[in-house]
Design a protein around this ligand. Sequence first.
Ligand code: B12
Length: 210
Amino acid sequence: MSKIFKKIMEAVEEGDKEEVIALVQEGLEDGETPQSILNDGLLEGMNLVGEQFKQGTIFVPEVLMSAQTVDAGMEILKPLLNAGDIKNAGKIVFCTVEGDLHDIGKKLCSMLLQGAGYEVIDLGADVAVDRILDGVKVHKPDILAMSAMLTTTMLSMDTAVESLKKEGLDQVAVMIGGAPLSNDYALKIGANYSEDAVGAVELADRLLGN
Ligand code: B12
């Protein structure tokens, strides 16, 4: 592995935002691709952090600092990952569901979807079902995308899909994702699932026939 990726992973682990920003820029100057800086540097770093969190060797404040470094790195990469395509593939309203603050996965999916020509309206994290319905009414998207990272919060996706039906808004396709979700759960609630950001683009393309 290139040295720069290892340095980025370490800086993410240490929650050192300034260092991550400097290293991402250095990587780009050295000719590394935005995709590899994202996957082999920032997200690999976040994986390490996730492992340590799981083992109980670090806690929420440290994870949050690391998450912020990934966010800062993604901000630099975003325009580069989006540069390829300007076609209008469709409109997507995206959110993380109520009670859930995890938004890195959502941001990453949004970035790649935008890169593939989708207009993404990001409602943010911790979004209640009422606000999701309002978002669908106001923006009239082709797809509603919802993210959840907690087994407790994913359950509100079912309520959201049911509420769309009740309000006669079920012409919108629904796609869901996040670590605790599965294809089985998606089928059960009448939604579509993909496990990662590349898959999110493929799924959106398939749903809209792009
Ligand atoms: C970062 C993080 C945090 C940060 C979040 C910061 C932020 N701004 O996002 C902070 C510190 C706030 C946090 C808090 C908590 N967290 Co947390 N967190 C994580 C961690 C380490 C990484 C998540 C992440 O960002 N991964 C990187 C991104 C890129 O991956 P991703 O989110 O999975 O997204 C990808 C796919 O899932 C998919 N995807 C995601 N969304 C969507 C949507 C669609 C439509 C599609 C198609 C695809 C898709 O595509 C993405 C890209 O490939 C995970 C551990 C882990 N390994 O996942 C725990 C984890 C999710 N957290 C966990 C827990 C328990 C918590 C807390 C309850 C801890 C506490 N005691 O307070 C709180 C809850 C706060 C809340 N109310 O939300 C647990 C969840 C357990 C469970 N099954 O419910 C995990 C799994 C850790 C663990 N092993 O215990 N956390």
